[in-house]
Each structure stands twice: as C-alpha cells, then as structure tokens.
Design a protein around this ligand. Structure first.
Ligand SMILES: Nc1ncnc2c1ncn2[C@@H]1O[C@H](COP(=O)(O)OP(=O)(O)OP(=O)(O)O)[C@@H](O)[C@H]1O
Ligand SMILES: [Mg+2]
Length: 247
C-alpha cells in the first residue's frame, strides 16, 4: 500500500532539501573533513565559508561522492549516499567545480549541451533560453572556444552548463575565485536571481562579505570542522567572521 496521509501531502518541504549527518572524508590516511552536519531547506541559499585548506572543496566533493566519504547524505529525505555522481545529477544535485571543469577546446554551445541529461527538445530549448537571459554574453559567444573566454565568462558557462540539468540544488565551489570584484559581484548577483526563482544553492566561498549578502544561513569551516553556524538574522550583524580565518 502506498497511501499517503493528507498531513504529508500538505508538508512536502518539511524535510530539508539536503541534509548531511556525520559526513567525513579522507585522503589516504588523513581525515580532512571531520564528521560534519549541514542542512539546506528548499529554496535556501546557504554558504560555507572558511580559509584555505579548511575542507570546503572536500565537503562538496564528499556530497557528490567525488572523494572517499563516510556518513549520511539525504536529498529530499531520501538517502542518496551511495549514488554515483551522475545519478545525483539526474536527481537534481549538480556541482560547479572550483576551476570550472570546462572542456577548453569545445565551444560555448558544446559545453552547454553537455550539461543536459534526459529532457525533451522543448525543455532543452527553454533551459537554454533561461541561461542566455541570465548570461547574455554566453549567447554572443556561442561558437567561441571556451578556453578563449575570460575568467568571468568561463564561470558563467560553468553555471550555465550546470543549469542545463535543471537542478533543484546547485553546489558551487568558489565561483568568484580569480575574478575581478566587479565580475565576482555579477556572478553572485546571478546566483541570487536563481535562488529567488526557487533554486536551492550551497555556495562555498572564501570571500565572506559577498556570500553573506546573499545567504540565509552560513557555516564556517576551519581545519575540517564546522566551528560556527549563523542563522538568518544573525548574518547581517555578524562582523567577527574574520577571527575564524586567522585563528
Ligand atoms: N587530493 C588530495 N590529496 C591529499 N590531500 C588533499 C587533497 N585535496 C585536498 N587535500 C588536503 O585537504 C585539506 C582540505 O582541502 P580543501 O581543498 O578541501 O580545502 P578548501 O577549504 O577548499 O581550500 P581552498 O580555499 O584553498 O580551496 C587541505 O589540507 C588539503 O591539502
Ligand atoms: Mg577549495
């Protein structure tokens, strides 16, 4: 029997979109990410902050099963901890890697098309149109090799390609890395727009001020451990995040 009670029908978003419990990761013998708990509710933009080497990239790689990890990862209440990366993407979790992971010799159009999983032609057209609305510069450079794009355009392309999978949750690893402040702000503004339209976003950033402008909640990671969790409301008034970067 698969009867659902009216109660569960009315509260489908009660479970977090993403919930990780005791997630840890090791490289060789070294446990780089200590058991970590984190949750992200539907439509939330949550940021993970921390200094170099804190374990931020390892955390998102552990969620995507790109490193050896132990612990629980739940997506919409369902245990997805054993799924391969591409199966996670099919469910709706997509990672935009630090360094972007584009195919440099391919054109903008080819890279965008690579992001799509099963979808109808009409759906793909709609997704492309939304991406070009968000990043008009990609449309102007459709046939250009992606290696010849500027850093900011490459980041736009990496995000655009991820959007082709129609994710419910986007994980981003330092999308502002190496970009001029104006371009970094442009990228983060686009993420804010996507989030306003309902997309869940887990944003790993070193640049705390930029990320905190957008985020509803923040986790601060140092030495592979969450040392601080800030809730909505606390964020705007919190000025001592820097202490975690230098302690
Ligand atoms: N492939 C690897 N093999 C061994 N150790 C690694 C590997 N990748 C990362 N580490 C180590 O794991 C720790 C956490 O690295 P990680 O890349 O997750 O940090 P980060 O917070 O993303 O840093 P950054 O802000 O510089 O990107 C570091 O001490 C790093 O040296
Ligand atoms: Mg990193």
């Amino acid at each position: 029997m698969t009867e659902t009670t009216p109660m569960t029908e009315k509260t489908p978003s009660a479970a977090p979109l993403l919930e990780i419990r005791g997630l840890s990761a090791t490289y060789g013998q070294v446990r780089v990410l200590k058991p970590t708990n984190l949750s992200l509710f539907e439509g939330e933009l949550v940021t993970v902050l921390g200094p170099n080497g804190a374990g931020k990239t390892t955390l998102v790689r552990a969620i995507m099963r790109l490193v050896k990890a132990q612990g629980e990862v739940r997506f919409k209440g369902e245990d997805v901890g054993r799924l391969a990366t591409h199966d996670l993407a099919k469910r709706g979790i997509v990672l935009v890697l630090e360094g972007r992971g584009l195919f440099g010799s391919m054109t903008v159009q080819e890279n965008i098309n690579l992001g799509a999983y099963t979808a109808t032609r009409v759906e793909l057209q709609e997704r492309r149109a939304r991406i070009f609305e968000l990043f008009p510069r990609l449309k102007e450079r459709l046939h250009q090799q992606s290696a010849s794009l500027s850093g900011g355009e490459q980041q736009m392309l990496a995000i655009g390609r991820a959007l082709m999978a129609d994710p419910k949750l986007l994980l981003l690893d330092e999308p502002s890395l190496g970009l001029a402040p104006r371009v970094a702000a442009e990228i983060l503004r686009a993420l804010g727009q996507l989030n306003k339209a309902g997309l869940g976003i887990l944003l790993v950033e070193q640049k705390a001020p930029l990320a905190l402008k957008l985020a509803r909640r923040a986790y601060v990671l140092t030495l592979g451990r969450v040392v601080k969790e800030l809730e909505a409301g606390e964020i705007g008034s919190h000025h001592d995040i820097a202490q975690y970067y230098f302690s």
